[in-house]
Structures are given as structure tokens and as C-alpha cells.
Design a protein around this ligand. Structure first.
Ligand code: PYC
Length: 315
């Protein structure tokens, strides 16, 4: 009988967006900061990224979170976030999912904790059940009213902003933000993303803008806006996207449309909501994002050496 490789996971979802938290049996990346280990993961163990999140065990929408021993002793854990095509700097819905998974496992209790991510430490407050608020990394608008010529759509103006990942944010997409339009929204966002690349529009230091965020009016009178976020591997975020909401808050603050401490309620295309606000610390915009996650499974992934798709179907 063949020896099966075993990977222990806790599955959660945050406002409908899944996070698969790897708690044991993940690739051995040695010691280092999450940024160093993310580079090692990509170079030496990328097949495990695919095995964990891609079909047949996962799906395009699944985000993985590999737990690491933290380098900084103030942190409860380190984490590397990854998806169907690669690795993320930070992930808001994923951080909420990781906190709830750590609570489920009894590794943290209600209170304030830190999580070490590849883009810096993130402070979170866990309510001991499903609720988590996270203070994201400093977020900022990098470019205002950038015009890009998008085949099939025309001229689209938007902002480029950082919220832990790079975003292009726009209201000009010609579609109603609604689940019934999801195929058209994916198509519009993907065209915008390709046009940004073709026309050389980037984030700081030439970074690729790999998240596209489209806006429209909310369906609920309790919310301030609805978004649709297309992630790097063409899956759309079911949650309001923590890093995307952070980028939005940075733009609103830059426009004078949001004051320090004022609450912004961001609705996702499936109707889940994140509450956001900003604090200004030494001139930097620090977003706080609050949402809820639920544990949806605890599982042992089995990798059979005879299975031709044991490492997932890689895109
Ligand atoms: O919540 O930040 C987020 C996120 C990024 C990609 C998917 N979700």
C-alpha cells in the first residue's frame, strides 16, 4: 500500500469567501520571516500550493493560509496566504478566517493578538466567537483618476491604491453590480486588468495591479457601497475583500469623503458586509476592517503518490 502524504486543515469562510488554514503537514520551508518563506514556498514547494487550493480538493475561489511559527514573539502565528495562481501579500478575509480557526483550535482566546504576514504584522481583536477586527497595514492611494483605454468598454478612469495588495478601483464599468451579472463583471474586470498591463499602468516600483475593484450602489440601506473584486486568478471575492476595502478607505480619505473614525460599510456582491474605518498614525492611513468568519470543516487532505492529480490541477 502506498504511503499517503497528510495535510491537516481547518476550513473557514468569511462572508462567503473560503480560507483553508493549513495547521500541520504543510511544506517544510525552514526558518525565516513570512516574506522569506513565501519566496521559498514559491520557488521550492509551489506544487503544494496547488495541491491545497486547486481542484480536485479545492476550487478557484479557495484561498490558502499556511500557518508558521512567528519570528516576532508578540505574534500568535505567522501566515502565508496563497490562491489558485500564486501568493498574496496580505488577505483581509483570510486574516479573519485564520483568527477564527485559531480560536476554534484553542490557540487564541477573546482579545488582542498579532499575526505576522509577508507585508508586516497585523493587529487583530477577536471576540471569542465569529467576530474579528483587524488593523491592516498602512494603505494609500498611489495614483488618482488614471485613464485606461479598455477594449470593448472604452475609456475607464480609476484610482490605483495599496491595501496590502494592489488595486485598480473604478465606478466606470458599465454594469450593475449584481450576482446575476457575474459573468459580465468578470469579463469587464479582466479586460481592465489586461489593459492596465498593456498600457503600463502599475503600482509602486512597477508592481503589477492584480486586483480589480468595481463599485456600485449598495442593495442595503445600511451599507455605503457595493463592490465586486476580481482576484489575480480570475476568481471573484465573495466577501467585500479586506485589502480591497482598505484600498477604498484610503481613496475615500484622500478625497475628503471619509473622516478619521467614520464608519464605512462595504457590501459584497453576495451581500456580506465588512465595517471599515481609518486612523491616521504619523501621517499614515491605518484601516480597521471588521467581519465574521465561520468554521466550515476540519479535514485531512490526502496526497496519494499514485494519483496523477495529487498536486491539483495547476492553472
Ligand atoms: O480579503 O483581502 C482580502 C482578499 C484578497 C483576495 C481575496 N480576499
Amino acid at each position: 500500500m502506498s504511503v499517503l502524504e497528510k495535510i491537516e486543515v481547518v476550513d473557514t469562510h468569511t462572508g462567503g469567501e473560503p480560507t483553508r488554514v493549513v495547521i500541520a503537514g504543510g511544506p517544510n520551508l525552514g526558518v525565516g520571516s513570512p516574506a522569506e518563506l513565501r519566496a521559498r514556498f514559491a520557488e521550492h514547494a509551489d506544487a503544494h500550493r496547488s495541491a491545497i487550493v486547486n481542484e480536485p480538493r479545492g476550487s478557484d475561489v479557495m484561498v490558502g493560509a499556511l500557518l508558521l511559527p512567528p519570528v516576532d514573539p508578540k505574534c500568535a502565528a505567522g501566515v502565508i496566504f496563497f490562491n489558485n495562481v500564486g501568493y498574496l501579500g496580505m488577505c483581509g478575509h483570510g486574516t479573519i478566517g485564520v483568527a477564527v480557526a485559531l480560536g476554534f483550535l484553542g490557540r487564541i482566546g477573546a482579545g488582542v493578538h498579532w499575526l505576522e504576514t509577508p507585508v508586516g504584522p497585523v493587529r487583530l481583536t477577536y471576540d471569542g466567537a465569529a467576530g474579528v477586527s483587524l488593523e491592516n497595514v498602512p494603505s494609500f492611494r498611489y495614483a488618482h483618476n488614471v485613464s485606461v483605454n479598455v477594449p470593448g468598454i472604452g475609456a475607464v478612469e480609476g484610482d490605483v491604491a495599496w491595501g496590502g495588495n494592489w488595486f485598480f478601483l473604478t465606478h466606470q464599468h458599465g454594469q450593475e453590480i449584481a450576482l446575476k451579472n457575474v459573468e459580465r463583471l468578470i469579463d469587464a474586470a479582466w479586460r481592465i486588468r489586461r489593459a492596465l498591463v498593456a498600457q503600463g499602468v502599475t503600482g509602486k516600483a512597477g508592481a503589477e495591479i492584480d486586483h480589480i475593484e468595481l463599485f456600485g450602489p449598495p442593495s442595503s440601506a445600511q451599507c455605503d457601497g457595493m463592490n465586486f473584486v476580481l482576484c489575480p486568478g480570475k476568481a471573484y471575492d465573495r466577501s467585500p475583500c479586506g485589502t480591497g476595502t482598505s484600498a477604498k478607505l484610503a481613496c475615500l480619505y484622500a478625497d475628503g469623503a471619509l473622516k478619521e473614525g467614520q464608519i464605512w460599510r462595504q457590501e459584497s456582491i453576495v451581500g456580506s458586509v465588512f465595517k471599515g474605518s481609518v486612523r491616521i498614525v504619523e501621517g499614515q492611513i491605518i484601516p480597521t476592517i471588521s467581519g465574521k468568519a465561520y468554521v466550515s470543516g476540519r479535514n485531512t487532505l490526502l496526497l496519494d503518490p499514485h494519483d496523477p492529480f495529487r498536486m491539483g490541477i495547476r492553472i
